[in-house]
Design a protein around this ligand. Structure first.
Ligand SMILES: O=C(CO)COP(=O)(O)O
Length: 271
């Protein structure tokens, strides 16, 4: 594996597709089959770049069956989990069940959960604990809205989220964690943060982790950017020193777009 003085490629890049509330289980397995074929044609090297998809809950069993049956080298995760493992919590989904279903990852704190469902940092902290308790790797989403960006307080705001969400987690847990910086104003809007914005925030998050834990932990935590990522803008973002991958929404539903984003990252690692 290519290494660099800053250790960027010591962290395995992750290209993640958040399908959100799109694709029923039939559409989902068709999309996944096409993605697997496309990546195979492109001779994708899974040892160098990890690919993960986050389908709706109702797709997870079909996705698991396909990935296991066809031995696809694609990881999958859920879009949310309950802070509790079982009990009278109608409509919630337990991390225990997700883990048993073979999920490797789980999204925590996506801005659509924070805003539409009013999820607080305190709740998200409990969800992170629940994820680790059930051997899931959490992919924590943080980021500011437009007003905060315009007020110039975006770094302060996002680091505050990081501090609150990570409260009480130990060094081993945070080393395994993935954090996606997703500025709310760039999600589904076509507005993409510039590569330098992505680098600014990922670098600030890494420094914050070094302060909260130590440099060794900060060097291991993978940091992604998300918000209107497409094949056309992915390369410049992925090149940034502290950006270890991307969390892709809309473009992950288009196999060609998503596979091209994976390819950009693979070239960066290989060249
Ligand atoms: O929210 C996102 C991924 O979690 C980003 O969504 P879009 O890529 O559609 O902007």
């Amino acid at each position: 594996m290519t290494t660099s003085t800053n250790g960027k490629f010591d962290r395995k890049p992750l290209i993640a597709g958040n399908w959100k509330m799109n694709m029923d289980h039939v559409q989902g397995i068709t999309l996944l089959q096409k993605l697997a074929w496309t990546l195979k044609d492109a001779q994708h090297d899974y040892n160098r770049v990890e690919v993960a998809v986050f389908p709706p809950f109702t797709d997870l069993r079909s996705v698991q069956t396909l990935i296991r049956g066809d031995k696809l080298d694609i990881e999958f995760g859920a879009q949310d989990l309950s802070p509790k493992d079982s009990g009278a919590y109608t409509g919630d989904i337990s991390g225990q069940f997700l883990s048993k279903l073979g999920c490797r990852y789980v999204l925590v704190g996506h801005s659509e959960r924070r805003t539409v469902h009013g999820e607080t940092d305190e709740l998200l902290n409990e969800k992170l604990v629940a994820a680790y308790r059930n051997s899931l790797v959490p992919l924590l989403c943080v980021g500011e809205g437009l007003e905060i960006r315009q007020s110039g307080k975006h770094v302060q705001h996002t680091l505050e989220q990081v501090r609150r969400d990570l409260a009480g987690l130990d060094a081993e847990q945070v080393s395994a964690l993935v954090i996606a910086y997703e500025p709310v104003w760039a999600i589904g809007t076509g507005e993409v943060a510039g590569p330098e914005d992505a680098q600014e925030m990922c670098s600030a998050i890494r420094s914050e982790i070094a302060d909260l834990y130590d440099d060794a932990v900060a060097a291991k935590t993978r940091l992604l950017y998300g918000g209107s990522v497409k094949a056309a803008n992915a390369a410049s973002i992925l090149k940034q020193r502290d950006v270890d991958g991307v969390l892709v929404g809309g473009a992950s539903l288009d196999v060609t777009e998503f596979a091209n984003i994976v390819r950009f990252e693979q070239h960066l690692v290989t060249d």
